[in-house]
Ligand binder design. Structure first.
Ligand code: ZN
Length: 321
């Protein structure tokens, strides 16, 4: 676009120079014609004296035949010369006319080129303003995305702290006394999603786009994992089953099941599509307690599985070696 405008500008400048040239040429020619015409008038005046005498009168007023023949000769010579002068004046006038026409045509071309240039300029300007609008919008989006990201990160760290508080309260309030229904786990666990052993996110520090955060469990997932049965990793009593509302300590976990296995052990199963047990009921190791889903803060279907010892999250893989 810019190079097209440059080319047009150059063309317009060249045409302007061309017109100036032509105009000065025409002016010079006009001056030449004017002086030729003056000469012609003077000569005619000299011949006819008053400017009214005809050739015939000159002939009649001749003194003698020699005078007459001289005069005729002079008249003929002057007439021929004048005819030539008149002809050359005529053709010069014609050339001036055609040059003037050419200049007019060039003027028209230039004004058309100027109009085209103006159109291009306004096109460029509207493109520029469009681009600026888009850039401004992008900057705004970026700023609001950053704000959103910070909000989510803050929310996630709050949720992370809330679940630990829940366990602390659970074990300090004495609720855990007999919380397992009398069963005492020795920490011998079975894999919670039979047939699916793929871990998409391990235990520990990670950054999945919300800043550094501590992942308190493992994520188990594979293609077609949605709806697969989740089994109790060990026997015990269900102490939480249902949707984890924010403010309860289970916010973000979606449909969640927690089992107290006794002996300080507990397991947590998050983001389930459905839970199959009720809080307060006893379950056997390997019993179906829920189904894999993506409820709560989950980007896709998986089981978020935690093993806790006296309420503190540990790496579940320590028990699966
Ligand atoms: Zn997880």
């Amino acid at each position: 676009m810019q190079s097209q405008i440059d080319v047009l500008n150059k063309q317009v400048r060249a045409l302007d120079e061309n017109i100036a040239d032509k105009e000065s040429q025409v002016a010079a020619k006009q001056a030449e014609i004017d002086s030729d015409y003056d000469q012609l008038k003077k000569r005619l005046h000299a011949i006819y004296l008053t400017g009214e005498a005809s050739t015939l009168e000159i002939i009649f007023h001749s003194k003698n035949i020699m005078d007459l023949s001289d005069k005729i000769e002079v008249i003929r010579a002057i007439s021929t010369h004048d005819a030539n002068l008149i002809n050359s004046l005529k053709s010069e006038l014609q050339s001036v006319q055609s040059q003037k026409a050419e200049i007019e045509a060039n003027r028209k071309n230039i004004s058309q080129d100027r109009a085209a240039l103006d159109t291009k300029k306004s096109e460029v300007n509207s493109l520029l303003s469009e681009t600026n609008t888009v850039i401004a919008e992008l900057a705004k989006d970026e700023a609001s995305a950053e704000d959103e990201g910070e909000k989510i990160a803050a929310e996630r760290s709050k949720i992370n702290a809330a679940i630990d508080q829940w366990y602390e309260d659970y074990y300090s309030s004495g609720k855990s006394t007999g919380g397992s229904g009398g069963y005492v786990s020795k920490g011998d666990f079975t894999w919670p999603v039979p047939g699916v052993y793929n871990i998409t996110s391990g235990y520990g520090w990670r950054n999945i786009g919300y800043g550094n955060e501590f992942h308190k469990g493992i994520d188990i997932a594979s293609a077609g994992v949605f709806g697969k049965p989740i089994v109790a990793a060990d026997s015990g009593r269900v102490i939480m089953a249902g949707y984890g509302n924010y403010g309860t300590g289970y916010g973000g976990y979606g449909n969640v099941v927690v089992i107290d296995h006794g002996g300080g052990f507990s397991t947590l199963y998050g983001h389930c599509s459905k839970v199959a047990v009720r809080a307060g009921t006893n379950v056997k190791k390997g019993q179906v307690i829920a189904y894999v889903g993506s409820s709560g803060q989950a980007t896709g279907p998986h089981l978020h599985f935690e093993i806790r010892v006296n309420g503190a999250a540990k790496d579940p893989m320590n028990w699966f070696k």
